[in-house]
Design a protein around this ligand. Structure first.
Ligand SMILES: [Zn+2]
Length: 139
């Protein structure tokens, strides 16, 4: 049996980012760790932010003109993020999720199902893929 990964959830996600960077995988080599992800709604083009930090999980409206966000001044979470079923995770998330489960990193595995899940635009109420819109915004 493999030795358990010696580190916390953030260390593990950081390690996965390095793995992807080594393999030349775009987007996710820098976006696996918890945080706030700016996106644009694919239906109404509204500026949104998907927050997958520790305290909050969900989607809020984002001021497209704000260069810096003042801490504590972000808007409220308006819609939730629905996690993907592990069996339905697309690549590379399916493999990353498997690595997290086998390493005993259940919190990281759970985070990956949210990062590759779906959310709803608070403005036009259309549902969209979280990873697809993160990828579009970062491209
Ligand atoms: Zn929308």
């Amino acid at each position: 049996m493999a030795r358990p990964f010696e580190g916390d959830e953030d260390d593990f996600l950081y390690w996965l980012e390095h793995l992807l960077a080594f393999e030349g995988v775009p987007i996710w080599r820098r976006n696996l760790r918890r945080g706030e992800y700016p996106v644009v709604c694919p239906s109404c083009a509204g500026s949104l932010e998907i927050d997958l930090s520790y305290r909050l999980q969900g989607t809020r409206l984002r001021d497209p003109n704000a260069r810096f966000r003042v801490v504590g001044r972000e808007g409220p979470i308006l819609t939730g993020v629905r996690p993907a079923a592990p069996a339905n995770l697309p690549p590379p998330a399916s493999r990353l999720h498997g690595l997290a489960v086998r390493a005993g990193q259940s919190a990281a595995a759970d985070h990956l199902t949210h990062l590759f899940g779906r959310t709803t635009c608070p403005d036009c109420a259309s549902e969209f893929s979280v990873p697809d819109q993160i990828a579009v915004f970062q491209a």
